[in-house]
Design a protein around this ligand. Structure first.
Ligand SMILES: [Zn+2]
Length: 328
């Protein structure tokens, strides 16, 4: 009897401790905000995948992807996500996979959702590398306006303490358009695809894993977002991807794909079709609305993102083709 009472009492205490522990853990989770679950995409390669759609305070600004590669001589990180807290969470996620030091952080391009986490990595002693065309972005009027807007929209995840940082090393690609390096016996290739989606795009190919971290130039199974892009440069970037022939590609947004060539073909055909149809319209000086309605979109209209994106994409390419024809 006494035993039963004691057990009951012990159980109650255990329950209370459990409750307290649970509460403490929940508070800690709140303080640390996001927990990221890295997924393995290659023998040494991992990635975290943000939610689809825009960065909002509700999704804590987690709408983009990042990756990391574990070598016997340290970790190479590709992109740092859109807030310092997400940067911290990425570091914590890496720590759960490996005790190796974080050596290098590669910035795919200077869009807020891909590099605001970089400041968290400074404290780890990692060296930040980016395309030399990114020099001068941090602190520019445009970047400052973006930061102010994010401090409003993504508060408290982006606030006064959020300070986008410059790279430690600016990469000059030169004619060849590639930079190779090795760490811990693994071979890496950085590909210059600048000017296609942003002025400073680059990709990272992990040769030994056959994994490509592609940033915002690669879309899987959907209509790409083309507004403001240079489609001519983008098509050249597609060729660069085809050259390395990756087994798996991790895009800047959305799921990883092991159907890289079909995805490339889709994006390529779509960009070519936009350029061809809108190029003809611009050449003939047809107005955009008339030209748009005349084009046969049936090959694309069942694909995800067609409805919200296609008309905007087409308009952007129409303007681009107008500029190109003026240059000729
Ligand atoms: Zn971007």
């Amino acid at each position: 009897m006494i035993g039963v009472v004691l057990r009951g009492w012990r159980g109650a205490v255990r329950g209370a401790i459990g409750l307290l522990l649970g509460w403490a853990l929940a508070a800690a989770a709140l303080a640390q905000d996001v927990v990221l679950e890295p997924r393995r995409v290659g023998a040494h390669s991992w990635a975290v995948f943000g939610e689809a759609g825009m960065a909002t305070a509700a999704n804590r600004g987690f709408n983009s992807n990042a990756g990391f590669v574990v070598t016997p001589a340290g970790v190479v990180v590709f992109d740092t996500l859109g807030t310092p807290a997400l940067g911290d969470a990425l570091i914590a996620a890496i720590r759960r996979v490996t005790p190796q030091p974080i050596r290098r952080v590669i910035v795919s391009h200077y869009h807020a959702d891909h590099y605001y986490g970089a400041q968290a990595f400074k404290a780890t002693g990692a060296e930040v590398w980016a395309h030399e065309a990114g020099r001068g972005v941090v602190g520019s009027d445009e970047a400052n306006a973006r930061l102010e807007q994010r401090r409003q929209d993504l508060f408290p995840w982006v606030d006064e303490k959020t300070q986008p940082i410059d790279a430690d090393r600016w990469l000059a690609f030169g004619e060849r358009g590639t930079i190779d390096f090795e760490l811990g016996g693994l071979r890496f290739r950085l590909l210059d695809v600048s000017g296609a989606h942003s002025p400073q795009d680059l990709m990272m190919f992990v040769a030994d894993d056959g994994v490509l971290f592609a940033g915002d130039l690669y879309f899987t199974g959907r209509i790409p977002f083309v507004v403001g892009a240079d489609t001519k440069r983008w098509l050249q970037a597609m060729d660069r991807i085809a050259e390395v022939n990756p087994r798996v590609a991790v895009p800047g947004h959305g799921e990883a794909s092991d159907r890289v060539m079909p995805d490339l073909t889709l994006t390529r055909d779509y960009l070519r079709y936009l350029r061809e149809t809108m190029g003809k319209a611009a050449e003939a000086m047809d107005d955009f609305e008339t030209a748009y309605d005349r084009v046969d979109w049936s090959r694309w209209e069942k694909l995800p993102a067609f409805l919200p994106g296609n008309r905007l994409n087409a308009r952007s390419v129409y303007l681009e083709m107008e500029r190109e024809s003026l240059r000729r």
